[in-house]
Design a protein around this ligand. Structure first.
Ligand SMILES: Nc1ncnc2c1ncn2[C@@H]1O[C@H](COP(=O)(O)OP(=O)(O)OP(=O)(O)O)[C@@H](O)[C@H]1O
Ligand SMILES: [Mg+2]
Length: 363
């Protein structure tokens, strides 16, 4: 699945596949070392995807996005109707990276301390001892996060943001890596507390698990009506930390940065968008593209990485106007429109990208 693309694609001189001639031999060697290291890193990650694929039958794109988020140190909003193997997938993923895994079922009566933990009287130790909550795990699946009131949701969201929790005024560091996936029940809205926009913005990606194809569904029911396979560890949490640090070595051209900003700006100035993508969104897109390049064994980001990930990273952050809702325009369609109209290089631009009348009326 390694993309064949020119080295340093998108460099402004357009010299595809060749190193710039004025580079010193030492610099070239260093570049070569980075490229080889990142290629090895990519291989390790793809080993995880192969292991997960034994347990989760479906498009590889779904676990690929999840591992991309993990490497980018982001968190995931996971969506899908009941029974499409969200839990199965995350459990397999946690096993494959040798990580501890906890699932939290959010309910209306769940308290913040049910997530973080509490001090309990321990007569044997003659005092209070900490009973750690389920947030003390590498991989935390928060199921139906919209069923709990805001205060309880915040306990998890703060942990995501700060990688630590405060229990009775004392701070406690969480496990590293720390990776949260939250599901929202999309069907029953009654008596739920949908995440406010400010909270949704904190998730790097929204990933949708859809229904399987007919062939995949047949494979699922054949496999799972006997013994369900279990994923074996092919990485360790320490290796995940090493992989996360490698993403900083992935090369990003200035044109790529400019492209991220242009895409975010397009959403912000769109007449059907009330709240566009924040700088956290454009930053997230670059972080995700870096991590995804690594997953694909490449040491540089190409525009296709940005295009592949833009909807997952940006769409959930948008708030559309009531007109857009009435016209049936989706957030994904706005991002698609941005990808169609914003040129990758300004030099290729024939004037400023303009917004269509409405998404449905483009062309
Ligand atoms: N794509 C799939 N690959 C492998 N197993 C699947 C797949 N889809 C469904 N299954 C099987 O269906 C069952 C339900 O899966 P699981 O509990 O993971 O779903 P879920 O999305 O977490 O559901 P819920 O929203 O109710 O929590 C499991 O036995 C799982 O193995
Ligand atoms: Mg589940």
């Amino acid at each position: 699945m390694t993309d064949s693309a020119p080295a340093r694609a998108g460099s402004s001189d357009g010299a595809a596949g060749t190193e710039t001639p004025d580079k010193s031999g030492q610099q070239q060697q260093a570049d070569q070392a980075v490229a080889e290291r990142l290629a090895r890193a990519g291989e390790r990650v793809r080993g995880v995807l192969d292991e997960v694929a034994r347990c989760f039958v479906g498009p590889r794109e779904v676990p690929e996005r999840i591992v991309t988020c993990l490497l980018a140190r982001g968190h995931v909003l996971l969506e899908g109707v009941p029974g499409v193997a969200k839990t199965t997938l995350i459990r397999a993923f946690a096993n494959a990276i040798g990580a501890s895994f906890k699932r939290i079922q959010f309910t209306p009566d769940l308290l913040p301390s049910d997530i973080t933990g509490t001090y309990v009287l321990s007569p044997r130790e003659g005092g209070f001892s900490l009973r750690k909550g389920p947030v003390f795990a590498h991989v935390v699946l928060g199921d139906e996060i919209n069923r709990a009131p805001a205060k309880t949701q915040s306990a998890l969201l703060e942990a995501m943001q700060e990688s630590q929790v405060t229990i009775d005024g004392e701070s406690h560091q969480l496990e590293q890596p720390f990776f949260v996936l939250a599901t929202q029940n999309p069907i029953e809205q009654e008596g739920t507390y949908p995440l406010p926009e400010a909270q949704v913005d904190r998730f790097l990606m929204r990933i949708v698990v859809g229904y399987p194809s007919i062939a995949d569904e047949l494979k699922i029911i054949r496999t799972y009506s006997t013994a369900a396979p279990e994923a074996r560890p092919v990485l360790s949490p320490e290796e995940v930390l090493w992989l996360q640090s490698r993403t900083a070595e992935v090369f990003v051209d200035d044109e790529i940065y400019a492209y991220a900003v242009a895409l975010a700006t397009y959403t912000r100035t769109h007449p059907r968008v009330a709240l566009g993508a924040s700088p956290r969104g454009s930053l997230g897109l670059v972080l995700a593209a870096r991590a995804n390049a690594l997953v694909r064994g490449r040491h540089y980001v190409i525009p296709d990485d940005m295009k592949r990930l833009a909807a997952s990273v940006l769409a959930h952050r948008l708030v559309l106007t009531p007109e857009a809702d009435a016209e049936g325009i989706t957030r994904e369609a706005i991002v698609e429109e941005a990808l169609e109209r914003v040129p990758y290089r300004r030099s290729e631009s024939r004037g400023e990208p303009t917004h269509g009348q409405a998404v449905s009326g483009r062309g």
